[in-house]
Design a protein around this ligand. Structure first.
Ligand SMILES: NC(=O)c1ccc[n+]([C@@H]2O[C@H](COP(=O)([O-])OP(=O)(O)OC[C@H]3O[C@@H](n4cnc5c(N)ncnc54)[C@H](O)[C@@H]3O)[C@@H](O)[C@H]2O)c1
Length: 321
């Protein structure tokens, strides 16, 4: 089966680094034109060369998304150092410049000055609330955050976060675009610090800090709780569905465990600050397993694991009742 190349559909990507390149590949896989903008011509050249290599490798490994060949997908991706060219006729602009508030605000003002009033203005920011990036924009009703998890090619979830002034239609259309290109959007009804991913991640990280700094478990063992335990389930089920299946439904789960959850939760310590001598102690234990000069090798292994997991999840989702 072949898919139609949606030449009328275009994404303008501002910033051609790690995340910008992933967006270009994800959208091209669905037949979108993708225009990568960067301030550095060298950065664009490097980004296009890297995208081409990545697409070819994915194709050779049988992992390329969509029904177009690597060459067809690459032909949909272009680079530019002209912002107006990147935003022209785009249905969505996805900003992926470094995580610096003043830089992002400046870049969004530049986009705002040249963009059409029908274009969705979306930021990949991991940490800034959409209101803090868009209060100064003429087209702020079109502004939204679409926060990915790295690498988005294999980890599909996208947090779609509106500012207080975002038009609800823009939130709906943004969600529909992410679904169309094969990602898994979740729609927040309002902005909250950390969005959802980081709030949950920090809750777990804080308790991990306490347990390690109090000497209940060492670094290697506490990480096994996730990698060899909870994480195996969470790769397939959310927290709530896990509880639903762990008893005869959620109502029974609450009857059985509400008191225990409450009693254990009351034992939690106040929010820690990740500073002081424990930082070096934890780092020392982590570096024993992965020395700093081996981080890239371990990241490559992690990405291979995620590739395999995303294939397994696709297979298993077909068997879901
Ligand atoms: N890397 C991750 O794991 C990850 C995950 C989720 C979200 N994000 C978010 O995505 C965004 C981009 O992160 P990244 O890792 O791709 O960064 P990166 O450093 O790899 O890329 C940033 C790119 O922006 C370009 N740039 C700098 N100033 C610019 C400007 N004025 N106009 C246009 N381009 C400019 C740089 O030349 C570079 O190519 C950040 O907001 C980050 O928080 C990153």
């Amino acid at each position: 089966m072949s898919i139609t190349v949606k030449t009328e559909k275009k994404i303008g990507i501002v910033g051609s680094g790690l995340i910008g390149r992933s967006w270009a590949m994800i959208f091209a896989a669905s037949g979108y034109k993708a225009c990568l903008y960067d301030i550095e011509p060298k950065q664009i050249e490097g980004a296009l060369a890297d995208v081409k290599t990545q697409l070819k490798t994915l194709e050779a490994d049988g992992l390329l998304r969509g029904n177009l060949s690597a060459d067809q997908q690459f032909s949909l991706i272009e680079g530019t150092t002209n912002l107006q060219e990147a935003v022209k006729n785009a249905s969505i602009i996805q900003e992926c410049v470094p995580e610096r508030l003043e830089l992002k605000r400046k870049v969004w003002k530049q986009v705002d000055d040249v963009v059409s009033p029908n274009t969705i203005l979306s930021s990949s920011t991991s940490t800034f609330l959409p209101s803090s990036l868009s209060d100064h924009l003429t087209n702020k009703k079109n502004f939204i955050v679409s926060h990915p998890v790295n690498p988005p090619y294999y980890v599909p979830v996208i947090e779609v976060v509106p500012a207080p002034w975002t038009d609800p239609e823009v939130a709906k259309k943004t969600r529909a675009i992410w679904e169309e290109v094969g990602q898994t959007p979740v729609s927040l009804t309002k902005e909250v610090p950390g969005f959802i991913i980081n709030r949950l991640q920090y809750a777990i990280l804080n308790e991990t800090w306490h347990l390690v700094t109090e000497g209940v478990l060492n670094v290697s063992d506490i990480d096994k709780i996730m990698s060899e335990g909870l994480g195996m389930r969470y790769a397939f089920l959310g927290m709530l569905e896990t509880t639903h299946l762990n008893d005869h439904g959620f109502v029974n789960y609450c009857k059985s465990y509400a008191d225990t959850i409450y009693a254990v939760s009351k034992d939690f310590k106040p929010t820690p600050k990740f500073e002081g001598p424990h930082v070096l102690e934890i780092a020392k234990q982590l570096e024993k397993d992965v020395p700093l000069d081996k981080l890239q090798e371990r990241r490559n292994w992690r990405d291979k694991c995620l590739t395999k997991l995303s294939q397994l999840k696709k297979q298993m989702n077909k068997l879901k009742i």
